[in-house]
Design a protein around this ligand. Structure first.
Ligand code: GDP
Ligand code: IMO
Ligand code: MG
Length: 437
């Protein structure tokens, strides 16, 4: 059984949580490699919805180990709350959750800096972040001033490190977020750290040892390819490497130990926050965009914000396939499209009359893209009860076949509702073989 990566292929919220929960049945370990509480991964088990922010989505399978890797940034107070909420729901993590000693800590001033940057930005330059402090935490990390999990367990050391950070080269920036009592900050973070101490480990060491023993690892991406710091619609991106390649650095794993990459896509597109979205529907109240939002319950898991909705963007998906080289993709929320007479699929972009390959490097160009649309017939039949490939209407299969051509990767799994059962693993595909079906 190979080690597989599950990666978002759009602008996040593609349904990665559901896919990871589903697939983790066949794995021993699930590992998150980047992002932090900006992520909101929903897993529905037995009709009950769980929203996960830091903790990997494999924890609902008993016996599956969960790793939060060095490439993540953690809000320790929220992480403690998340672990406690899971325990209250009967999901115990003691002995099976491992948090990297090298993961960076989001300090309260960083969340404040994130908020302040959003509040002071002009309409056109506001990123629309989750305001969780993600950007400032990664900025501090790359500036080599960050506080890591290994620093929080000793109070005197932590207070000294916080002092160095707040008085070091980044001091003017931190001062702009207010004045901070270093001792109080250190006590707060240390208090959370004590509750997490039992989980802290050198997770690269553990993961590599587990792989040597033949254990199967599932790598869980957060956000999506078009939100990647390098390859996304910069600067309207998150601050980490969300793509498949990011998992190696984010976990301390060699690419030779990754056997395959699975992309996750919605059957249409959404984006929460600002920035270019070429296929967005701007047809207002009562329009198709609103219909998708209502049917797909497209409101942010982390912030509750309404998600912007639009047609499937095959050009962006093909670009995501170039960056990640998907062995297979999962098409999620197909049921949301059940009521449409016809569906549009963007098969490419044009800019100033010329064909564009990939996604433009500048927002100025990305905002001027003219999507090339193709119209396909809808199926106008409920698919949420479909359990096998052959239960899908012919028009739905035709739609999926067109998506495969446009993306350049097979569709290995289709999802027709939030529950585990509402999933169709397509026989004969790379994914079905990789999962041993
Ligand atoms: P993630 O961030 O990629 O894990 O995705 P989110 O959990 O933020 O958003 C996906 C949403 O779609 C969640 O509310 C899921 O419960 C829901 N969902 C996942 N798959 C399906 C599906 O096939 N149909 C429907 N209707 N909802 C789904
Ligand atoms: P999951 O893992 C969708 C977006 C924000 C904003 C941009 C930067 O659930 O798919 P940040 O707070 O990261 O600095 O915000 O990225 N964003 C997400 N959008 N799903 C997510 O995570 C996201 N995490 C961040 O809305 O546009
Ligand atoms: Mg989400």
């Amino acid at each position: 059984m190979p080690n597989l990566a599950v990666v978002g292929a759009q602008w996040g919220d593609e349904g990665k949580g559901k896919v990871v929960d589903l697939l983790s049945e066949r794995f021993d370990v699930v590992a998150r490699y980047q992002g932090g509480p900006n992520a909101g991964h929903t897993v529905t088990v037995g009709g009950r919805r769980h929203a996960l922010h830091h903790v990997p989505s494999g924890v609902f399978r008993e016996g599956v180990r969960a790793v939060i890797g060095n490439g993540t940034v953690l809000d320790l107070g929220r992480l403690v709350e998340e672990i406690e909420a899971l325990a209250a729901a009967g999901v115990r993590l003691t002995g099976r959750l491992f948090v990297s000693d090298r993961a960076h800590v989001i300090l309260p001033p960083m969340a404040r800096l994130d908020e302040a940057a959003e509040e002071s930005a002009s309409e056109g330059s506001r990123i629309g972040t989750t305001r969780k402090g993600i950007g400032p935490a990664y900025q501090t990390k790359t500036a080599r001033g960050g506080i890591r999990m290994a620093d929080v367990l000793d109070l005197a050391h932590l207070e000294a490190r916080i002092g160095e950070l707040l008085d070091g080269p980044l001091a003017p920036w931190f001062r702009s977020a207010g004045s901070w009592d270093r001792a109080a900050l250190a006590r707060e973070i240390h208090g959370h750290g004590q509750k997490l101490e039992a989980f802290v480990a050198d997770t690269s060491l553990l993961l590599n040892a587990w792989i040597d023993e033949g254990k199967r690892i599932l790598f869980e991406g957060a956000q999506g390819t078009l939100l990647d710091l390098d390859h996304g619609s910069y600067p309207f991106v998150t601050s980490s490497s969300t793509v498949a390649g990011g998992l190696c650095g984010g976990l301390g794993i060699s690419p030779t130990r990754v056997a395959g990459v699975v992309g996750v896509l919605k059957a249409y597109c959404t984006r929460v926050g600002c920035g270019p979205m070429p296929t967005e529907l701007h047809d207002g109240p009562g329009g198709l965009g609103e219909k998708i939002r209502e049917r797909g319950r497209e409101f942010g898991t982390t912030t509750g914000r309404p998600r912007r909705c639009g047609w499937f963007d095959g050009a962006a998906a093909a670009y995501a396939n170039r960056i990640n080289r998907f062995d297979s993709v999962c098409v999620m929320l197909l049921d949301v499209l059940d009521v449409f007479d016809s569906l549009r699929v963007c098969t490419g972009y044009r800019l100033d009359g010329r064909e564009v390959r990939g996604f433009p490097a500048t927002v100025r160009d990305a905002e001027r893209l003219a999507p090339v649309f193709e119209t396909l017939p809808g199926w106008r039949r409920e698919t949420s009860g479909a359990r096998r490939w052959d239960d899908l209407p012919a028009e739905a299969k035709r739609y999926l076949a067109r998506l495969e051509e446009v993306i350049g990767a097979e569709v290995g799994l289709v999802s027709v509702g939030p529950d585990r059962e509402q999933s169709i693993l397509r026989p004969g595909t790379w994914l079905a073989r990789a999962l041993g079906s």
